[in-house]
Design a protein around this ligand. Structure first.
Ligand code: SF4
Ligand code: SF4
Ligand code: SF4
Length: 249
């Protein structure tokens, strides 16, 4: 039986999530024994139009990106969005909160009006094409990455947590950071990282995106308990929260 073919592609991003694939080290050797990586710009020069699984990193920011993503989608049986830039638009979506000409001038200075530097509204992959699976995080977690790929190779549906980071945080017995004055996004952010940031005393800033049905009432109760209001929470949701959920709902 032929091995499943994988293509790895990127759009607007820092490529940190692809680096997590490179960093799989010994595990990558196991994986390459059971799959054929047929295209991966970051690690090889070969290209292919024939692949079964497309792993796509980065956000969509230009019409030509959309066209390229449609082509990738049409060639792949399974499309996986890799990392926050791809799953939610990630940090890149911050741009959508500003005037695009101001952003161009800030970034490119006197070259701001060069046509090839024009970018449009930032989109997550699933705002353009159907996405089959999402590997969340900025960057993605290596264990979760290999778990998802292994599940797909075995024909199983990977189970990605649909509960908030607080569940993992409380299971670890951490002191809640709200008690120390930090506005932590754990109550509404998707678990799966093992509450990594709160476990080191730093608030969750929502890099894994929000759970599909965040318990806004519970979050509101926590906010009120600590004498804050919904605006304090929303102000912390800007980094990874643009257009994911609306905290005033
Ligand atoms: S999700 Fe984060 S680490 Fe991954 S490509 Fe985007 S900015 Fe880089
Ligand atoms: S709000 Fe943050 S610190 Fe508090 S329990 Fe939830 S994840 Fe942990
Ligand atoms: S605790 Fe929050 S910000 Fe930190 S890795 Fe987990 S989801 Fe991302």
């Amino acid at each position: 039986m032929s091995k499943p073919r994988i293509g790895i592609f990127d759009f607007a991003c820092c490529e940190g999530c692809q680096l997590q694939i490179v960093n799989l080290e010994e595990e990558i050797l196991d994986l390459t024994g059971v799959v054929d990586v047929v295209e991966w710009r970051e690690a090889m020069s070969e290209q292919s139009h024939e692949y079964d699984i497309a792993i796509v990193e980065g956000s969509i920011t230009r019409p030509e990106d959309e066209e390229r993503l449609w082509i990738i989608r049409s060639r792949a049986k399974i499309l996986i969005a890799l990392g926050a830039c791809a799953t939610t638009g990630g940090l890149n979506k911050l741009k959508n909160n500003f005037d695009f000409q101001d952003v161009r001038e800030y970034v490119y200075g006197k070259y701001a009006d060069m046509p090839h530097l024009f970018t449009d509204t930032v989109k997550a992959l699933d705002e353009v094409v159907k996405v089959d699976y999402k590997i969340h995080g900025c960057p993605v977690d290596r264990k979760e990455l290999t778990y998802v790929i292994r599940c797909l190779l075995m024909g199983k549906k990977p189970e990605i947590p649909e509960y908030p980071v607080c569940v993992e945080c409380k299971a670890k017995g951490n002191q809640c950071l709200w008690e120390t004055g930090q506005v932590c996004l754990g109550p509404i952010t998707r678990a799966g990282c093992g509450a990594r940031c709160p476990s080191f005393g730093f608030r969750c800033f929502g890099c894994r995106g929000y759970v599909d049905e965040p318990n806004i009432d519970a979050a509101r109760d926590v906010i009120e308990k600590y004498g804050l209001n919904i605006e304090d929470l929303k102000s912390k949701m800007v980094l990874f929260g643009s257009k994911q959920v609306h905290a005033n709902e």
